[in-house]
Design a binder for this molecule. Structure first.
Ligand code: AMP
Length: 303
């Protein structure tokens, strides 16, 4: 079966500590969060790798949500493990451990049935893997978006830049885009990334919302004002997964629709932050999301 949206990225066991709770080796990873979020809107197909220690029940769970798992390789070795901690200012994750394990030598093989998909999300993972997927897809006829993080900007910037040049949209958080461009001002930094080729740059600012830059427009949305933030892990990935899921479902890549997509992404990400790991994300329904989107409409209206 063909997916609406191909999602690439890490699949992981996450160990998370926040001022409000902790959890060891729970299901995580960029592609996991993004695909679960995207499945609220569209049919995602995941390209990733896990180790032999990855429980089959997790894959079963994903399939039950309509996620295609044919592109998930089960390799000899251990699943990627990430450990992170947050302080009271939860906008910044402090990475305590990155055990790449099977991610280290992963060479993706995009299933034949995925190759004609019209939407691709290259979630956070080694830019070498992102570029390999770009090469296997008919990228000129896709709407492709990419995300990354500080580790890859530090150790693999040239490959990352080669991937950025091929995509339509780039997601980065404020610290990452400053780091990538060496430019302290976010507006200037976004313009520098636009110059590399993408039509859109989306800057995520955690609890301060996100910005969408295109050649001659800017859109800003706040985050949903949550009283109860327990764990922001996966907020970025679930924002991106649902933004791309909405775009794929509506098959509309105009700037006006990206604005709408970001509001759906904002709503989904806000649920995700209310509980540890992905425990809340897996509970919510499309009706819950629509309700929060209506609240977003109310809090952003001023005329
Ligand atoms: P975020 O949405 O930015 O909070 O992303 C959190 C997810 O990113 C966690 O579930 C981690 O497993 C995953 N992650 C952390 N470090 C990396 C990395 N270097 N490459 C890919 N994924 C990562």
């Amino acid at each position: 079966m063909a997916p609406d949206l191909v999602i690439v990225g890490s699949m992981a066991f996450d160990s998370i500590k926040t001022p409000f709770g902790k959890v060891e080796k729970t299901l995580g990873g960029a592609a996991t969060y993004a695909s679960i979020a995207a499945s609220l809107f569209a049919k995602p197909g995941v390209v990733s790798v896990v180790g032999k220690d990855f429980p089959e029940e997790h894959l079963e769970f994903m399939r039950n949500r309509g996620i295609l798992t044919d592109g998930i390789e089960i390799a000899d070795g251990k699943t990627f493990h990430w450990a992170g901690a947050y302080e009271y200012d939860m906008n910044e994750a402090h990475t305590l451990k990155t055990d790449l394990n099977v991610l280290e030598n992963f060479s993706p093989n995009v299933p034949e049935s995925f190759r004609d998909a019209k939407f691709v999300f290259l979630g956070n993972t080694d830019p070498r893997v992102q570029l390999s997927v770009i090469e296997q897809m008919d990228i000129e006829n896709c709407f492709a978006a990419l995300d990354t993080m500080n580790l890859w900007i530090r150790i693999s910037k040239d490959t990352l830049t080669a991937a950025i040049k091929k995509v339509n949209a780039v997601f980065m958080n404020d610290a990452e885009i400053r780091m990538y461009t060496g430019t302290p001002n976010i507006v200037k930094a976004a313009k520098e990334v636009l110059k590399l080729g993408p039509e859109f740059v989306i800057v995520k600012k955690g609890e301060h919302g996100s910005l969408l830059f295109s050649e001659d427009d800017v859109f800003a949305t706040p985050a949903y004002p949550l009283e109860n933030v327990v764990d922001p892990t996966g907020a970025g990935d679930s924002f991106e997964g649902s933004t791309m899921g909405w775009i794929a479902k509506t098959n509309d890549t105009r700037e006006s629709n990206l604005r709408k997509a970001m509001i759906f992404g904002t709503a989904v990400a806000s649920f995700n932050a209310e509980q540890l790991g992905m425990s809340k994300l897996i509970e919510i329904t499309r009706e819950d999301v629509d309700e929060r989107v209506e609240l977003m409409r109310r809090i952003t209206r001023f005329d």
